[in-house]
Design a binder for this molecule. Structure first.
Ligand code: ATP
Ligand code: PRP
Length: 215
């Protein structure tokens, strides 16, 4: 149906930070996914609905056209690839940095200079592999799905590659950031076919988001 729009969002910070942008486009969700168990959320506009998916699944729903557009972190787009997606806007929300971190007191510079093989735990194996390959540092990458900060504390890894915002999680776990890999924020990702067939519905929303972020 070309008269309806489905928007894929993850709950938590992306949903919260997207609410003002949706409001700027005249879209108000009827429920908050933090309180509701519903995965399809109606809005004040009968032709627009939200679907609530895992952050890393947003590009998949949009690429296959199950959602017309969505919002995904640059971390997710780099790690899983953004192929087949039109990415018209950096929304400047959910801002953080992808960093390498180690235990306080661990001499990272010395370890990398010495050509030591490092064990690196991360949810982002592709980003980590590319980073260390570019530096010529040999690493064994250990894939984790969360709580990366624990890995160096219990001897699972020498380093982690993870997102850092305030630095509070690193500090609370006696870790220190030693390298900045890339700045992260979230982007609008649009299904290319939907952009053509539903241009009249999607374009005004892109414009409204664009105006809201430049205010
Ligand atoms: P999932 O729970 O599905 O594994 P997730 O934990 O990465 O995914 P969120 O924590 O909601 O999901 O993060 C969504 C996006 O927000 C991330 O992809 C990233 O771009 C950004 N993000 C993650 N952590 C932070 C942070 N501490 N501060 C700001 N933005 C962040
Ligand atoms: C992210 C990230 C760090 C933390 C960094 O986790 O994986 O653990 O935020 O933020 P800080 O520098 O402000 O402390 P998140 O809050 O998304 O938890 P999760 O990975 O368990 O979802």
């Amino acid at each position: 149906m070309s008269s309806t729009l489905t928007i894929a969002l993850s709950k938590g910070r992306i949903f919260e930070e997207t609410l003002p942008l949706l409001a700027a486009a005249g879209i108000v969700p009827e429920e908050n996914p933090e309180q509701s168990r519903k995965l399809i959320i109606a809005t004040n506009l009968p032709h627009i609905r939200l679907i609530i998916v895992r952050a890393g699944d947003v590009p998949t729903y949009v690429r296959y056209g199950a959602a017309d557009f969505g919002i995904a972190g640059k971390d997710v787009l780099i790690e899983h690839g953004g192929e087949g997606l039109y990415q018209p806007l950096d929304l400047n929300i959910a801002r953080c940095r992808m960093m390498v971190a180690v235990r306080q007191g661990f001499d990272y510079q010395q370890a990398t200079r010495a050509g030591q093989r490092l064990r690196v735990a991360t949810k982002y194996p592709a980003i980590a592999a590319e980073h260390f390959a570019a530096k010529g540092v040999h690493v064994d990458i250990i894939k984790l799905y969360g709580s990366m900060e624990l890995a160096p504390l219990v001897g699972l890894s020498d380093a982690i590659v993870d997102l850092v915002s305030t630095g509070n999680t690193l500090k609370a776990n006696h870790l220190q950031a030693v390298e900045h890999i890339v700045d992260i924020s979230s982007r609008l990702v649009v299904n290319k076919a939907a952009l053509k067939t539903k241009y009249a519905l999607i374009e005004p929303i892109i414009q409204a988001f664009s105006r809201a972020i430049s205010e």
